[in-house]
Design a protein around this ligand. Sequence first.
Ligand SMILES: Cc1cc2nc3c(=O)[nH]c(=O)nc-3n(C[C@H](O)[C@H](O)[C@H](O)COP(=O)(O)O)c2cc1C
Length: 274
Amino acid sequence: MEQNLKIELDKCIKCKACARCCPTKVIEITAKGAEEAFPSLCVACGHCVAVCPVAAIKHLKMSDDFGRVEDPAISFDQFNQLGRNRRSIRNFKSDPIKKEILEKVLDAVRYIPTASNAQELQYLIISDPKQIKLISSKIRQKTESAIFRFLYRLIYGKKAMEKQKGLMSRFSPDEDYVLRGAPVLMIIYVKDKTSLSTIDAGIAGHHINLACETLGLGVCWMGIHTLFSRHFKSIKKASLIPEGGHVVAGLGIGYPAEKYYKTCARNPLNISWI
Ligand SMILES: Cc1cc2nc3c(=O)[nH]c(=O)nc-3n(C[C@H](O)[C@H](O)[C@H](O)COP(=O)(O)O)c2cc1C
């Protein structure tokens, strides 16, 4: 098996930090120093490189994107305020978002954790208003169709179906009930779906929400779009999902048209301590 690690044994101080931090026990410490004993188990997480106090390890299959650990200089209170300020935005200004800003947000999202370090998420950014309108109207047509209502009733019962019907009737035909008039629809999809891909997408989505909050952008999760593009080929097609892609999340992004004056109340915590 090809080695992943280049270890400079003359630098190694045998502190074993690399072996302790490797999630898949790739490294063994011998009399000579750290040795990559099981390269096939490596998930390329980079921990061995990042934890080595003497910079003796280089990962040959990873880029040089190993930064210094700096104090992020945010307090718990600031972090908590950021989380509490975030709102689901459903009224957007029509202002476009510069590509560089979305790139900046997604660049930050590269550092989220993913199960088995899969880093499998792909992003599709739709900012063509005509395409967004098309996707939205196709979903709306589906929700108003007799077959959809029949299936909804079959799965969730008559009461839930009536409630859904009543909710939809509250929106006029020109109101975007589905994508909320967001100028950008960001779709997260994967090619090789694992059982934990939706959790990875959830982490990415929330990271995007918080990053956007710091930049004055508003976000709304597009759960309706995610569900419909999973279940209806026509919606997936209209959403321009590449062949073999599975949609795992969708977010509407834009500059908020409303200002909130309060954070929203939440239920008390529900914790069991054992
Ligand atoms: C997975 C997920 C899917 C959601 N889907 C939608 C959606 O399709 N449309 C919508 O208007 N809001 C959607 N929301 C927003 C929730 O309704 C919202 O988070 C909740 O009401 C709490 O409000 P807040 O986000 O402002 O705190 C979704 C949220 C999540 C986490």
